[in-house]
Design a protein around this ligand. Structure first.
Ligand code: GLC
Length: 793
């Protein structure tokens, strides 16, 4: 259903402020009917809550944002003739008396956000309650980012979107809605960024100047107008703050950042053994192997197919011995079968969702007719978590939650009248739909963690709401093996990252259809830079193992998967920084060079972490591409060619290269190639150092790769500071934390030295320099991992 936004006659506005009060960091403005609560969350975050009828509902959200409160440096309020002003150390917030219109300015007086119609509402005649709207003025040159998995351009201005998670098999460019519901966007104008998180789980809509060019709106088909304004001014600050508000994830196990292979479906056991052995024989690294729905007995969750997988424990043990972790799919639909223990338990305990008049919610999914647990009920989540005991005991190491929009054949999803507990505040599916998948992933995460013997849980989900990142990684659902989809994949993962969900990836190669070998290679070249790196396909369209496309493709795929494994220390560090600070792992170009307006129209290029810039090849039969490099000096990864930023450059990239640039000054930590994480104890770690003039800091995070000792100090965080001038180059190392990595040596490769080195001293002692390539000034030195300072002259 589409709400006609211009039905003026039916719409009511907030009306005149009659009185106001301040309670600690909250301000209340009372109209005849309307109440506005303005809560100062921090100097840069303000929460606005409107009630059309004078009283607020329970303050509860699955996003957890309502609990976020930071120190407030300054808080003053004053009353002018036409408005009130609340001042924090970073913002001035004006609340107009006549209609409670809100205007937010920074300390330089720049209007960052200004209401047009502001808060207004319409009675929801069909369902009761209100449809709540907010309309703001569009600002000159304003651009918009975020909103989760929308398969469209990075900048979403002049478009309209909807959040109502949907099973969208073979979605296309601009399909909407998709699987995830992330009511958070970022706006930027005059080089200043802010975010708005509309924390409302009903069906929500966002319009960025689509309906009327100079107005941007968001609205929901129920619930409260409840949103957070998040000040940047940097785009990345907005993402960090939003991610902190809605909870950062914990560290994943290191293996889960390796390469994953999946198909619908690998079975029986013999095939699983064959494919996994092929990986080892062909020496293509792989850490995780997936079992899709056919591992189950008649698609009954928490069971094994007796003939296809007669001895799952033994099989999983054997796979483990070869370095494979087994991940299995679990869907929400529980088969209606009186002889099936999960069904019986769920039924007896009354844990399945009910229709309005009492019957259970019944719908067909893979197993046929099913009932569905109400994951918005705490006891049900606990029960669900408990169901994982058996799977975990069998050796499963990760769980893949699918169909949790929830998807139902023929009728798409649950009808609106289905009842949910919503953690003690019962409601209909209209309010619970958008959080259903997230609560399933949450319960799954609890189960995997509970029975994981102190190992870090790994969960992947298709649907979810803001904050899902606390519990799970995601993939982007049923994409298609086409060049257009490769570009969509690039945009979706960048978008998810700046929407708080860094742990994301796509079905590499495409789920539907068969990629050409060339497309497969280009997709792998992108996929290795996504935190979640998995090949998945619907098996009936042909094979999608790395060797399915002939020898050339196999060797290229291997080369790029190997690059992923080499980069794991860098990727792990980038993830750690995300976990610590909410910094997204993928950063679209405008996010890394906000001052450079040239970046605003770029969407293919992105940075992964602080020091790598990637620009995938998205077209067939090309040997390279133009791309834009932001300010600074950059090295082309493949041949150390140096480029100055702030210009378009041509990157040579035949099928054996992906345009990959390294920031000058950076130290990129790399590991030896392993077939799986932990295959052997390396003797050395490689540090690739890219010379720059001036000073630059890079980081390396290390820990045991699994378990929780890192939370008790058993980790190390290393800072490398490089400094270059015309005659010398120095690297210093500072180590924090008590973890002692197994290797003893750093093999340091120094790229791009701008003078002929005569001597090298490490902590005052002379060390031998290996000149690897005199033309390119590539040298190598081996040093103890505990070094303090290296001086090359
Ligand atoms: C859905 C999923 C897909 C999976 C299939 C069978 O289409 O999106 O990844 O393979 O169901 O479980």
């Amino acid at each position: 259903m589409n709400i006609n936004h211009d039905k003026q006659a039916l719409q009511q506005n907030a009306g005149v402020v009659e009185r106001w009060e301040k309670i600690e960091n909250r301000f209340y403005f009372y109209g005849q009917q309307t109440v506005l609560e303005v809560k100062i969350v921090s100097d840069g975050v303000i929460r606005f809550r409107f009630s059309a009828l004078g009283n607020f509902h329970r303050d509860f959200s699955y996003s957890h944002a309502q609990h976020y409160q930071q120190h407030i440096e300054q808080l003053e309020v004053s009353e002018e003739e036409e408005y009130f002003v609340i001042k924090t150390a970073k913002l001035d917030c004006e609340i107009q008396k006549e209609r409670m219109l809100i205007k937010i300015l920074d300390k330089k007086g720049l209007v960052i956000s200004e209401d047009e119609k502001g808060f207004h509402w319409e009675e929801h005649k069909k369902h009761g309650g209100e449809i709540v709207f907010n309309t703001r003025k569009g600002q000159a040159g304003e651009r918009f980012y975020g909103l989760g998995d929308k398969p469209t351009d990075t900048d979403i201005r002049e478009k309209r979107f909807e959040n109502w998670g949907k099973d969208t098999y073979a979605f296309g460019k601009d399909s909407d809605p998709l699987y995830k519901n992330i009511p958070f966007f970022i706006g930027m104008h005059h080089k200043v960024a802010y975010g708005i998180f509309f924390d409302n789980s009903f069906r929500t809509f966002f319009d960025f100047g689509f309906e009327r060019k100079n107005a941007t709106s968001f609205w929901a088909q129920g619930g409260e107008m409840n949103y957070y304004f998040i000040y940047g001014p940097e785009l990345l600050n907005v993402v960090q703050t939003y991610t902190e508000m809605t909870c950062k994830p914990e560290m994943p196990p290191l293996w889960a950042l390796g390469f994953h292979q999946c198909k619908w479906s690998y079975y029986p056991e013999k095939q699983v053994r064959e494919i996994t052995s092929e990986f080892r024989t062909r020496k293509i690294p792989c850490d995780a192997f997936y079992l899709d729905i056919d591992y189950m007995d008649g698609f009954r969750c928490f069971t094994w197919h007796p003939e296809h997988f007669p001895k799952p424990k033994k099989m999983i043990q054997d796979l483990e011995a070869q370095g494979f972790k087994t991940v299995v799919i679990i869907d929400p639909g529980i088969k209606i079968d009186p002889n099936y223990w999960v069904y019986k338990e769920g039924l007896e305990k009354g844990y399945f969702c009910k229709r309005m008049d009492g019957p259970l919610m019944k719908g067909a999914v893979w197993p046929g007719e099913c009932n569905f647990p109400d994951f918005t009920r705490p006891e049900v989540r606990e029960w669900w978590a408990g169901l994982f005991e058996g799977l975990m005991d069998t050796g499963v190491r990760g769980v893949w939650n699918d169909m949790n929009e929830p998807a139902v054949f023929e009728i798409e999803t649950f009808p609106n009248d289905v009842r949910h507990d919503y953690d003690g505040d019962p409601c209909s599916h209209r309010k619970a739909h958008n959080v259903y998948g997230m609560q399933m992933a949450r319960a799954t995460y609890e189960g995997v963690k509970k029975f994981g013997e102190n190992k870090r849980p790994f969960v992947i989900t298709r649907s979810g709401y803001s904050g899902l990142q606390k519990y799970s990684s995601v993939w982007t659902g049923d994409n298609v093996a086409s060049w257009e989809h490769l570009a969509i994949a690039n945009n979706q993962c960048q978008r998810l990252s700046v929407s708080g969900i860094s742990y994301c990836g796509t079905d590499i190669g495409g789920f539907i259809g068969s990629p050409s070998g060339e497309l497969f290679v280009r997709w792998i070249q992108l996929g290795i830079f996504h935190m979640f790196c998995r090949v998945h396909s619907s098996g009936d369209h042909g094979d999608q193992e790395p060797w399915s496309f002939g020898v050339e493709v196999e060797l290229l795929t291997k080369k790029f998967i190997e690059l992923r494994y080499k980069l794991l220390p860098y990727i792990y560090t980038t993830f750690y920084q995300h976990v610590q600070t909410g910094m997204p792992t993928l950063r679209p170009l405008p996010f890394v060079a906000q001052d450079d307006t040239e970046t605003y129209n770029r969407q293919d290029e992105f940075c992964m972490g602080e020091n790598l810039l990637v620009c995938p090849i998205l077209a067939e039969k090309v040997d390279g591409r133009w791309l834009y490099l932001p300010e600074g000096k950059w090295y082309y990864y493949w041949d150390d060619q140096e480029f100055d930023g702030k210009q378009e450059v041509w990157a040579e990239a035949a099928l054996d290269r992906v345009p990959l640039f390294v920031k000058a000054g950076a130290v990129i930590p790399m590991a030896p190639v392993m077939q799986y994480v932990g295959e052997f104890d390396p003797e050395a770690l490689f540090l690739h150092v890219y010379v720059n003039s001036g000073e630059y800091s890079s980081y390396l995070y290390e820990d045991k790769g699994d378990g929780y000792e890192y939370t008790e100090g058993v980790y190390c965080y290393k800072t490398f500071v490089t400094h270059g001038d015309k005659k010398s180059f120095t690297i210093t190392q500072n180590i924090e934390g008590s973890y002692n990595p197994v290797y003893n040596t750093y093999e340091i490769m120094i790229h791009g030295l701008n003078f002929t080195p005569k001597s090298c001293e490490v902590d005052g002692e002379k060390v031998h320099i290996d000149v690897i390539n005199p033309d390119k000034n590539l040298i190598r030195i081996d040093v103890d991992k505990g070094f303090g300072k290296i001086v090359i002259k």
